[in-house]
Design a protein around this ligand. Structure first.
Ligand code: PHE
Length: 355
């Protein structure tokens, strides 16, 4: 019996020494120590031996098993080192290659989305929070509460898209401006209020500088002391930060909105879109009308503030020299590749708005 074991031992150790790679060493392990391996099978013979032989045989098999295990481990370590050496010899990494961007190098951020991020950055830096409201509004929110009663001529100016009347005669509409978010904010939160509200607005209108859907950013500040000087300062600082210049050609014109008093419109020099000497209107603004405050449950004797509504698409045209507004919404990939932004160009006040 012990002769058999000696023979098996030298056979197995020979196989281990001869294993040329990790797969071969694994095969030897299974064939020897695996459940049905040759060493394991010896153990199952133990039961059939006469009692006096059991102990010696068991010990001998265990010694064999330990030797085989050690030999396997040692050989495996040698083979692993050799395999790693071989891999390192064939693999080469050129650490000077530029970072590969993958699919995000292909995609483009729409200029309006980029400009919205820029605008949010600037106003966030001045302490404004971002508010939102729905695109589908009621007459009440879009007009009545903003001091534009049913018979008011301003309703005509807005070229409103209406939905069919409901059972009770009321009609929903696509908001014609972001000003209803002023109302929603004043109704749902207490002053001091300092928000901007970006979003889509809709008017039945179309030419080179008008599209039926466009974007505005509403601004609203309400507290007990904010005055028109603050309004002009905020808008001037905004324009300087946005256009990334020390001085901006701005023109404040007296105007009229039912929800502000006094009201102004602001124009910017249109050089950037190839119209030197001409002006492009970018926003309306003014001090919030006492009736509007009252409609929102705020006491006009106590509270005051300003509001503004900026045309986001107009800002985009001016800053990035894009002449035709209609192209913004045509879904032309060639246009987007030309005017769009890389997704990693995230505007920040600290790092620079545009790169
Ligand atoms: N809602 C106005 C418009 O769309 C702009 C505006 C907003 C004017 C806030 C004054 C105050 O034309």
């Amino acid at each position: 019996m012990s002769n058999d074991l000696t023979k098996l031992e030298s056979e197995l150790l020979g196989e281990i020494a001869g294993a040329g790679d990790l797969a071969a060493i694994e095969a030897v392990r299974v064939a020897s120590l695996g459940k049905k391996g040759r060493v394991s099978e010896l153990m199952s013979k133990l039961g059939s031996l006469p009692n006096e032989e059991k102990k010696a045989f068991g010990q001998a098999v265990n010694i064999l098993k330990a030797k085989v295990t050690d030999a396997l481990d040692a050989r495996k370590a040698v083979l692993e080192t050799a395999a790693l050496d071989a891999r390192l010899k064939t693999e080469r990494a050129d650490v000077t290659l530029p970072v590969r961007m993958g699919p995000q190098a292909e995609g483009r951020i729409h200029p309006v989305s980029q400009v919205l991020d820029e605008v949010i950055e600037i106003f966030a830096d001045m302490g404004f929070a971002v508010a939102e409201g729905p695109d589908i509004e009621t007459d009440e929110m879009n007009f009545d509460k903003l001091n534009i009663p049913a018979e008011h001529p301003a309703r005509q100016d807005h070229d409103t898209f209406y939905f069919n009347p409901r059972e009770d005669g009321s009609r929903l509409l696509l908001r014609t401006h972001t000003s209803p978010v002023q109302i929603r904010t004043m109704v749902s939160s207490k002053p001091p209020i300092r928000i901007i509200a970006p979003g889509r607005v809709y008017r039945c209108d179309s030419d080179q500088t008008h599209t039926p859907m466009f974007h505005q950013v509403e601004g609203l500040v309400i507290d007990e002391t904010t005055n028109m000087g603050h309004l002009k300062w905020v808008l001037q600082e905004f324009c300087k930060a946005f256009f990334e210049v020390d001085e901006v050609k701005m023109r404040f014109r007296a105007s009229h909105f039912p929800f502000t008093e006094p009201s102004m419109e602001v124009d910017i020099g249109a050089e950037a879109i190839g119209k030197p000497g001409q002006w492009l209107e970018i926003l309306g603004c003014g001090m919030v009308h006492p009736n509007v405050l009252r409609n929102c449950g705020l006491d006009p004797e106590k509270y005051q503030g300003f509001a503004f509504g900026v045309g986001l698409d107009r800002l985009t045209m001016l800053k990035y020299g894009i002449p035709d507004l209609r192209a913004f919404f045509a879904g032309d990939l060639k246009w987007l590749r030309h005017y769009g932004f890389n997704m990693l160009d995230v505007p920040t006040m600290g790092g620079g708005l545009s790169s």
